[in-house]
Design a protein around this ligand. Structure first.
Ligand code: TA6
Length: 295
């Protein structure tokens, strides 16, 4: 179902039989809503989010491409989140029967980005809702350069999970790993101790992580399970109170209700020769904590 939001942005609503749903904007190719069968929102979107081209929208799942953060000369997190994507009217059929509710969005090089990133590419983003409400994002990026040139990029699914109270949230699957700390000049450290909990600002890139990460919201008795493929790293971000006040499109107290955990490829960039394709996938599910039998 395709319709317009209150700001005139085109969005597509995906629904699966048991009542899970997702809303995807053509602007940014961004998932903006993911609801369970009770109609509860599982993603965070700021009440101060800007819905104005060319600004990015604070919340949901922005796509960071072709640059994560400020790792290169492009704008922060690259340009894909600030572009209007198109809906493929005839997408290739899914390879499994588990993803009947799906769409493919396409982004291709345009005149205005050739100055800063002089490459031809085709980015196909498949967004699918599985039979138990799992939200699956699969990116296929192809180098379509005709001048023989390779290109290099970094990438993230900048997922804003909605949590009841971040100080009661625990992440499992990242303990003992090495990470780059964005709050300490991207220096490399090793995570100590047990599961990861939150009591201050965090901005870390965990390196070469397991493919499964659990985000446990104790208050809500809900566990988000993030599975990933082709994306070795995982970024964890919460601005906490002081930084929150410096972000104009973010409410002062909203940090309590969000946690970004992102399947990403940050430390080692990806290089594609002409004709080559890269695939990176993130799948998230939300289950009652009592059903989650752990790591
Ligand atoms: O993913 C973490 C991060 O790179 C942080 O450093 C923080 O700035 C955040 O993303 C938000 O970036 P944005 O450009 O959306 O304000």
């Amino acid at each position: 179902q395709q319709c317009k939001d209150a700001n005139g942005f085109d969005k597509i609503i995906l629904r699966e039989l048991r009542g899970f749903s997702a809303e995807v904007y053509l602007y940014g190719g961004q998932v903006m809503s993911w609801k369970n069968e009770l109609g509860e929102e599982l993603l965070f979107v700021s009440s101060k989010a800007n819905f104005k081209h060319p600004k990015s929208i604070r919340g949901g799942i922005p796509i960071c491409f072709p640059q994560f953060s400020n790792l290169g000369s492009l704008e922060h997190h690259g340009f894909a989140r600030n572009k209007f994507w198109t809906l493929d009217p005839n997408p290739p059929p899914p390879t499994t029967s588990t993803s009947r509710a799906f769409i493919d969005l396409i982004l291709k090089n345009s005149e205005d980005d050739t100055k800063s990133w002089p490459h031809r590419y085709e980015f196909r983003l498949r967004i699918a809702l599985g039979p138990t409400g799992d939200l699956m994002l699969t990116s296929r990026i192809r180098n379509t350069n005709t001048d023989g040139k390779s290109f290099t990029f970094t990438f993230a699914y900048h997922t804003y999970f909605y949590v009841t109270d971040v100080s009661e949230v625990r992440i499992e699957g990242l303990e003992t790993l090495d990470y780059l700390d964005n709050l300490k000049n991207k220096e490399r450290f090793t995570e100590q101790g047990d599961a990861i909990t939150f009591e201050s600002e965090v901005d870390k890139v965990y390196l070469s992580t397991p493919t499964k990460i659990a985000i446990i919201d104790h208050e809500r008795k809900r566990t988000f399970v993030l599975r990933k493929d082709g994306l070795p790293d995982a970024v964890v971000w919460n601005p906490w109170d002081k930084k929150a006040k410096t972000i104009s499109d973010f409410g002062d107290d909203e940090y309590k209700h969000m946690l970004c955990v992102q399947a990403a490829c940050v430390e080692k960039s990806i290089t594609l020769k002409p004709g080559e394709e890269w695939k990176g996938r993130q799948e998230i599910s939300a289950v009652p904590s009592s059903y989650f039998s752990g790591q």
